[in-house]
Design a protein around this ligand. Sequence first.
Ligand SMILES: Nc1ncnc2c1ncn2[C@@H]1O[C@H](COP(=O)(O)OP(=O)(O)OP(=O)(O)O)[C@@H](O)[C@H]1O
Length: 458
Amino acid sequence: MEEPMSDDAQVEVKVPYDERAETALLGDCLSDDKKSSCYLQTKTEIAADDFYLTEHVDIARAIEAVVSSGKRADPVTVGAELTKQGKLDSVGGYAYLQKLIDLHYTDADSGTYADIIKDMARRRSIARATRDVYEQSFNLAIPLSSLREALSQVLVDGSETRSRKMFDSCQEELTRVVDREKLKEERESSPRSRIKALDEIIDRFRPERLGILAGAPSTGKSSLAGWIVLKNAASDRHIPCGFVSLEMPEGEVLQRLVAGEAGVENGEIDRPNVSDQTLKAYQTALNTLSSLPVYIVDSTRCQATEDEVLNMVQLMAVVDGCKLIVVDYLQLIHSTKGNVTRAEELSRLAARLKTTAVRLGVYILAVSQVSREAVKQGNALTMQDLKDSSGLEQAADDIILLSEADGSTDERGILLCIVDKHRSGKRGRCGVEFDKQHQTWSSTGGAPALEEGKHDRA
Ligand SMILES: Nc1ncnc2c1ncn2[C@@H]1O[C@H](COP(=O)(O)OP(=O)(O)OP(=O)(O)O)[C@@H](O)[C@H]1O
C-alpha cells in the first residue's frame, strides 16, 4: 500500500539557481568584444529574466539595452546604462562589474552556461506554477476538473493576450531582418523536414504553427513524422523534438528509427538468425540515438483524450524544451463529448492545437487520415480529402499530403508530396522516396506521375 503523505514532512528546499553559471555568463558578455551579446546569441534562448539574482537580472537587462542600441557591452557602457536606470549601486557598482570580468574564464563556453541558466529558470517556473495547484488540491471545494485544467494552464507561459499598436513592432521586425546573422541563426535552429525537395517548398517549420501531414493508410505518414523528429534531433543544432504516439507503441517507433540509423532492415533484429554484423550496427545506432533530444509519450494503451494530448504537448514544450512536436494521429484521440459530431470535435481539437502551438512557441505536426472515398479513388489528394473535418483545413497553417505515385513497390514508396496549404509561403509539390525496408526518406528528382488512371486534381 502506498505510504500516506505526511503533512509535516520536512524536505530541504533550495531554490534552483546556479550563481557560478550566472556570473560566468555575465562576465563573458562584459569581457569580450565579439561576444558582447553572448547570451543573446547562444543556441539556448535566454532572457534577462532567466537569471535568478536580482543584481544579475538588472545587469543582464542593461546589457540587452546596450546591445540593442548597437553598442558594445563592457563595464563602462553597461555601468552607464545602470546609472541611467538608477541601479548601479544596488548591483554593487563598477566594482561588481569588474569582479564579474575577473571571475570570468578565459575559455568560457557561453552556450553551456546559458543551458544551465535556462534549465534553472524552467525549474523555478514549474515550481511556482505547480505550487499554486498543489495548494488548491487540498481545497475540496475546487472540483477535480478545475484542478486538471489549472495544472495544464499553469505550464503554459505567455498565455496573456494584450493588444499593442501594430506598427510598434516595425522597429523590431526591421532590426530582425537587418541582422542577417541573427536571421541565419534563427533559420538554422528551426526544425525542417530534412528532405531537400520538401524543404525547398516549405523552408522550415516555423514556431507557433500547426502543420497537418496526411495520406492514405500505410503510405508512411508515421514513418515520415518519426524521420523528421529524428533528423532534427540529430542535426548539428540538436533540436529537441517530441513524438506523441497514439498508434504505435514506443518500442515500434524506436525500432523504426534505429533501423534507419543502423541501415538494417526494419524488424530484422527480431529474427532468430540475425547476423553479428546487424547486431553490431543496431547497437551502435542505439548508442547514437540514446544521446539525442527525442522525447516520446506512448499513449497506445489508454485512449488519450483531447485534454490529455494537449497536456502531453505542453509538458514536452515546457519541460523538455521541444520545438517540434508530432501528434500521431488526430483521429485516434478519444472523443469525450457526446453531443457533438466527430467533425465538430476534430475542428475544435485542431483549433486548440493551433492555440497551443502559438502559446508555446512550437511547431505541432499533426498526422491525419484522409477520407475513405479519397483512398478508394487513389487520385492525388487535396486538402478537402482530410478525414472528418473542414475545421482541420482552417486551423492548419501548413498541409502536406502524401499520395502514392507510379513506380511504388513493396520495398520502395515513390510518393507525390503536395504542400496544399502553406500560410505566408508558396505551395508546391515534389517527389519523395520512402525506403520502406530501412524506413528512410529522400528526395526524388522532380515530381513523380501518378499511376495510370489516377487523376491529378491540382
Ligand atoms: N521491413 C520492411 N520491409 C518493407 N516494408 C516495410 C518494412 N517495415 C515497414 N514497412 C512498411 O512501411 C510502411 C510504414 O508505413 P506507416 O505505418 O508509416 O504508414 P502510415 O501512413 O502511418 O499508416 P497508418 O495509416 O496505418 O497510420 C508500411 O507500408 C509497412 O508495410
